[in-house]
Design a protein around this ligand. Structure first.
Ligand SMILES: [Zn+2]
Length: 452
């Protein structure tokens, strides 16, 4: 296989794919001169979005990269997918059953609660007095989740603790069960950088805690502030002072937020740290993600105009923003004379928003918690539900309740995984403290994070 200098992986949400792409780079004679890898996830992007965009924007950067690279149009996400398990797939090759990262907010039967109730009200509790706790790897653990810098990062008092290790706090990177490509690059003398949407993504540091030389995680759920360095972002395009709504409720705000990620990468292409404070050389492996398309798909004012994937005006503007940003990366790589040496991978770690908007069903009403009742220890839903029970032995009775036709209808359930069907597909919840007792696969279009 002869690969050209830039690869475009059109992933509908890829799991192992980018790693196989990198493996090609290693084994392929045409890629011996790759010195840098720039990994970009356009969260939410479907393969169809890419095909349609390239077909209708012949002068776009996506078209430019597509014509020079390889497009994989039939890739698949981790199961379940979303930003957290999806990125884990991209940078480890693992799925939730191996990485231990099922979602950003989950449950662990073996850990104890944080010392203090965190920023989203997840309760603190005694260690080792209480064993079994939800584990929040989102904005909840920021010192101050309303601030763009998270108030300075992660508050250790908001972290869960390990009763088997003298109740020491568990940092995100210590929770990850497998190695990362950042660690591999570092172990081979390279340098690394990663930019993501919460301070909690420091888990990308991997088991050593030092896998990413230059980590940047501006809090996406912070209250939007003016960003005078970006045109159109000062004053704040759409003022929203609701704590925890952040930058994701408006089509323009999310572009301002993503611009922080873009600038970080541009600074790194120039050889500086993300904040341009120090010259360190261009990283061997670096990258970021965009949230603009995901927001454009989820906001009810945007989404798709038809089932063939024609974007609404709102979603189209987000796709254009991403394309123009990719154009900035390409231009800067060329300016620095390293375009020929850089493998560019563009993919999507998840793409769960329905294209047929008539199928969109928002599940609210405190479900499935309300249906499960007292047996529910913790559950989290997005495009599917992960459910941990107070005792795994309650699984058959809860499944009986969930499988009643009225409940299946109300929850948009397509298939219930529990017991042996869950063990076959995932792990055994009675042996792995992180595996949910029940996983609900939902009908196409059902999404709990649907926003107005
Ligand atoms: Zn995402």
């Amino acid at each position: 296989m002869h690969l050209r200098k830039s690869l475009l992986a059109a992933l509908l949400a890829a799991s192992l794919l980018p790693l196989s792409v990198l493996a090609h780079a290693d084994n392929d004679g045409g890629h011996r001169h790759v010195k840098h890898v720039l990994l970009i996830s356009v969260d939410g992007l479907h393969a169809l979005d890419l095909s349609n965009y390239v077909a209708t924007h012949s002068n776009s950067t996506l078209a430019y990269l597509s014509h020079r690279g390889v497009t994989y149009s039939n890739a698949a996400t981790s199961q379940p997918s979303d930003s957290f398990p999806g990125l884990a797939s991209l940078v480890t090759g693992g799925s939730p059953t191996t990485t231990g990262l099922w979602y950003d907010d989950t449950y662990d039967r073996a850990l104890s609660p944080p010392a203090q109730t965190d920023g989203l009200g997840n309760p603190g509790g005694p260690c080792p007095g209480k064993i079994g706790t939800n584990v929040a790897w989102d904005e909840a653990i920021d010192v101050d989740l309303t601030k763009l810098d998270g108030g300075g990062g992660i508050n250790p008092n908001y972290l869960t603790r390990d009763p088997l290790r003298n109740c020491v706090v568990v940092l995100p990177h210590q929770y990850l069960r497998v190695n990362t490509i950042f660690e591999v690059v570092k172990a081979n003398g390279g340098t690394t950088a990663w930019t993501d949407k919460h301070p909690s993504y420091e888990w990308t540091n991997g088991p050593s805690g030092r896998g990413v030389d230059d980590f940047y995680g501006p809090e996406i759920n912070s209250i939007p502030v003016a960003l005078p360095q970006f045109p159109g972002c000062s004053p704040v395009p759409a003022v929203d002072t609701t704590p925890d709504d952040g930058w994701t409720t408006d089509l323009r705000n999310i572009q301002c937020y993503d611009s922080l990620h873009v600038q970080a990468v541009l600074n790194q292409i120039d050889g500086y740290t993300h904040d341009h404070s120090r010259w360190v050389g261009v990283p061997t492996l670096f990258g970021t993600n965009f949230q603009a398309v995901s927001v454009g798909e989820k906001l009810k004012v945007a989404g798709y105009a038809d089932v063939l994937g024609t974007p609404s005006a709102g979603l189209a503007s987000e796709l254009d923003f991403v394309d123009q940003s990719l154009g900035k990366f390409v231009a800067e790589l060329k300016k620095q004379g390293i375009y020929e040496d850089t493998l560019i991978i563009v993919g999507a770690k998840h793409g769960q928003s329905p294209i047929d908007v008539s199928k969109r069903v928002g599940i609210g009403g405190g479900q499935p918690t309300a249906t499960i009742g007292a047996a529910d220890a913790f559950d989290i839903s997005d495009d599917g539900s992960l459910i941990w029970l107070t005792d795994s032995s309650l699984t058959p009775s809860v499944v009986t309740t969930l499988s009643e036709p009225a409940n299946q209808q109300a929850l948009g359930i397509q298939e219930i995984f529990a017991g042996q069907s869950l063990i076959n597909k995932f792990n055994d919840p009675t042996k792995d403290p992180r595996t949910p007792d029940i996983v609900l696969k939902v009908n196409t279009g059902v999404i709990s994070s649907l926003r107005n």
